[in-house]
Design a protein around this ligand. Sequence first.
Ligand code: SF4
Ligand code: SF3
Length: 553
Amino acid sequence: MFCVQCEHTIRTPVATGCSYAMGMCGKTSEVSDLQDVLIYLLQGVSAYALKARTFGIIDRTIDAYVCQAFFATLTNVNFDSDRILAFISEAQQARASLKERYEAACVAAGQLPDLATGPAAVELTSEKAALLAWAPTAAVNRGAAEVGADILGLRLLCLYGLKGAAAYMEHARVLGEQDDAIGAEFHAIMAWLGTDPSDMHELLGCAMRIGQMNFKVMAMLDKGETDTFGHPEPVQVNVKAVKGKAILVSGHDLHDLQKILEQTAGTGINVYTNGEMLPAHGYPELKKYPHLVGNYGTAWQNQQKEFAAFPGAIVMTSNCIINPDVGNYKDRIYTRSIVGWPGATHLIGDDFSAVIAKAQSLDGFPYDEIPAYTSTGFARNALMAAAPAVIEQVKAGNIKHFFLIGGCDGDKSERSYYTDMAKAVPEDCVILTLACGKFRFNTLEFGDINGIPRFLDVGQCNDAYSAIQLAIALANEFGCGVNELPLSLVLSWFEQKAIVILLTLLSLGIKGIRVGPTVPGFLTPNLLAYLQENFDLKLIDNVEKDLADMLAA
Ligand code: SF4
Ligand code: SF3
């Protein structure tokens, strides 16, 4: 196995990357190798999806499938080799189906089909042992010795960024949003990466192209969420337990939460959000359910302790799942969509009766805890509504600076930087946040500046789209560029959704972003130097120094 896609990757003085029997996340070498084969085959599916498009043949089911299967290979999503094997089989069928239609169209047009090579041509069995024996050919670091670490690093930057975008495409599709132009762009990039490109400039261009594509994907997802559930509104969310039977819903998929709320109405079961599901409380079509009682727990790395203590059923709608055997709750955690853990019940379709029955059979919370609150719901519309008042306060000199402190959480001790930074932000500054990194500071008291809250939770990681919209609106109002605003971005990364958001921000020309807690393992010193030179990308240092630098800028 070789995997270097997340911040947890194994780093030794001699090598970086998880390359032994198991990754730091608990992904076995078997699952990792099968995921490599899957990605390789998906690149072949994309190659044929692209060729088929030249004849106007678009298969939206296959377009969706490629993103779903690719999403299954993100960090902390699917640890079940049987499920990855099933994706591999489907990839082979999808590629064969597109190939057949493409070749038939070529015959009809009197053309010779293009010669298929690499991932488009490889013929594999569906037998696990044979796939595992062949997997080194598909390894994500294939050819590293010939091309060198910089080119490999760029290939991985593109592959992992595209993976993040595929995840958001799937989140949007679940809400009825699919765009054929974005699909074509996705397949073009995916197929091109399957050709093992080795031109530095083309790869750098590809990384920016992925960032730009993902901006459109985030806009599409924003549309799906707001069309379906309304625009988020600022709301206080109880983070303490309420007496009664309970279901906990984690991950990013609001559609699943809605179905669970519908099906639990009138049952007496209370529904809680966890992790990236917290912003759901702001959406009118979700917050209208009185039995959506609050948020339980914090970010993914605390799951084994928090889920073990949760006296109800748990649903994982997307990333991040970690080993439920630690904490002994595998019999009451349910996976959805692309998520998988061997032995955990996987639910297909919109029927959550098994989850409800499980919650009914468990004790639930024995008493009400004294409520405590966090806030969320400051997405695009709420921010825009507040913009005139914010601008007034900026012009009056009452708001001096904006900080976007957000991104993924994780368990490295260096991540206390983000809590310390939030605490150190001066009282005349506003903090925007998003994604699961916010749990480090979202129950602190930040107060307000003449009625404007100093702490604004924009939403999930993909709601970076809302933060970008606010930045553009402020820049327009002040007649400057986004880089000239008194706005500093301090981001934390863990997995591939964060990588694609970073690429999006860079592709929009946003400079001076600080990232941490560590440099991605696939970025070489040369690549880091390139990003520092061209985008003024900075690594987090110490809070005092960074804060002084940001305020001075
Ligand atoms: Fe290692 Fe992260 Fe890959 Fe897991 S996802 S194997 S921790 S690099
Ligand atoms: Fe967190 Fe996994 Fe990335 Fe959507 S839930 S941000 S780490």
